[in-house]
Design a protein around this ligand. Sequence first.
Ligand SMILES: [Zn+2]
Length: 136
Amino acid sequence: MVCIYCGSGTSVVNSRVQKLSNGVWRRRKCQRCNAIFTSIEKPYYPTSIVISSNRSTVLPFLPEKLFLSVYECLKHRQNPIEDAKHICDTITRKMISSSVDDNEIKNTELRNLVNVTLNRFDRTAAIHYQAFHTNK
Ligand SMILES: [Zn+2]
């Protein structure tokens, strides 16, 4: 990875595995300007997991779309961004473990997974989610 400030090469000075979000956190130091910055390596889900529907459509799983959907339901909370981030990590972990055989999850299963996870965390958020995401 190149330096975000000058574009020169960098070296890793510290690295930690993030088990909950399945990522690797790294502190990098520029070999030219000595700037230090953080990078995070995570799986790229749109090419790994697909969402299918009863209408025979298959779409790539977009973590950003899930985040926005969950975030909208958590706006009443004090830290909706952080809460949405952690809940999306949980949902993604559960989703991947349930789609391990074929890398595909039905949109109804995903909605149910989001609903169950939100309901355990915040009942109001789950009700908000149900109002906009019904399984028809
Ligand atoms: Zn630099």
